[in-house]
Design a protein around this ligand. Structure first.
Ligand code: PAF
Length: 282
């Protein structure tokens, strides 16, 4: 496979996509912040199955990091990413620098409410405004037919679906299942921060979610299930649990077990100085 072209300006990106469109081709966008792992590559595989051309954006978006998140510590490896994306058959890497993405005087923000308010919205104020703004820009810059988002960041997926619906953005959002290591740990760029001891403890998060989902689906004793899972996580040396909860799978509001709607178990918890998030369906 030839290496994908790395495009740095909106003008060049639009010219390329225009050529594809004139030839009747369809376009999939896979938004990323780089430091790509097999989880990202599974999104690319899905994109390639669903469209004739695939664009992967790599942009470490400063506006979605809070003051407590270390933006400068976020892993970056553009050369390594380009190699992986070449092998995966990607057509274009859209990698603007910060000035191309946020022009001088930039003063417009997409502020999602609804699904953006609970959970991550409470623990990372402003995060989803940063995500929604950059994704709206990526959609407008690339103009894809579809955009692929992983269920790993389940709340982000719900928020993006909401933004696309509310702003009438003519794009289909496609959800890709969470890619996991053999022991169940959800693949994430942040796993690179774990020490070997923390990495060995990390699969307890997925086990806890499965325990809650199983009890909720059978006995309905949700509070008891969450109490047991919280105890198990702390025993597995998780230092702090930001949330461990069952929510309505679409709105992320309260889950009503007998309302005939799907539920989702979601958690965010700290192992040492690394915050892990994960979720599964009930
Ligand atoms: O999931 C991510 O990597 C980021 O939040 C995204 C969607 C690329 C926006 O910066």
């Amino acid at each position: 496979m030839p290496p994908p072209r790395i495009v740095r300006t909106v003008k060049a990106l639009r010219a390329t996509v225009h050529k594809w469109r004139s030839a009747g081709e369809s376009v999939a966008l896979v938004p990323t912040m780089g430091a790509l792992h097999d989880g990202h590559l599974s999104l690319v595989t899905l994109g390639r199955r669903k469209a004739t051309r695939t664009v992967v954006s790599i942009f470490v978006n400063p506006t979605q990091f809070g003051p407590a998140d270390d933006l400068s510590r976020y892993p970056r490896d553009e050369a390594g990413d380009a190699k992986k994306l070449g092998a995966a058959g990607v057509d274009v890497i859209w990698a603007p620098n910060a000035d191309e993405m946020y022009c001088e005087g930039f003063a417009t923000t997409v502020t999602p409410m609804g699904a953006a308010l609970p959970l991550e919205g409470e623990f990372r104020p402003g995060h989803f405004a940063g995500v929604a703004t950059v994704c709206t820009k990526l959609f407008s810059q690339v103009g894809p037919d579809i955009a692929i988002f992983g269920e790993k960041d389940y709340q982000q997926l719900c928020v993006i679906r909401q933004v696309v619906r509310d702003l009438n953005i003519p794009i289909k959002i496609v959800a890709a299942p969470t890619s996991r290591d053999r022991d169940g740990l959800a693949r994430s760029s942040r796993n690179a921060y774990l020490t070997p001891v923390e990495r060995a403890a990390a699969p307890a998060l997925h086990r806890a979610l499965k325990g809650v989902a199983a009890i909720a689906a059978t006995s309905g004793l949700i509070n008891k299930a969450i109490e047991v899972a919280t105890h198990d996580l702390l025993a597995a040396s998780f230092a702090k649990i930001d949330y461990l909860t069952i929510r309505d799978a679409q709105t992320l509001g309260a889950y009503e077990p007998n309302a005939g709607r799907s539920g989702r178990v979601l958690a965010a918890a700290w192992l040492g100085s690394t915050r892990l998030i994960d979720n599964i369906a009930v």
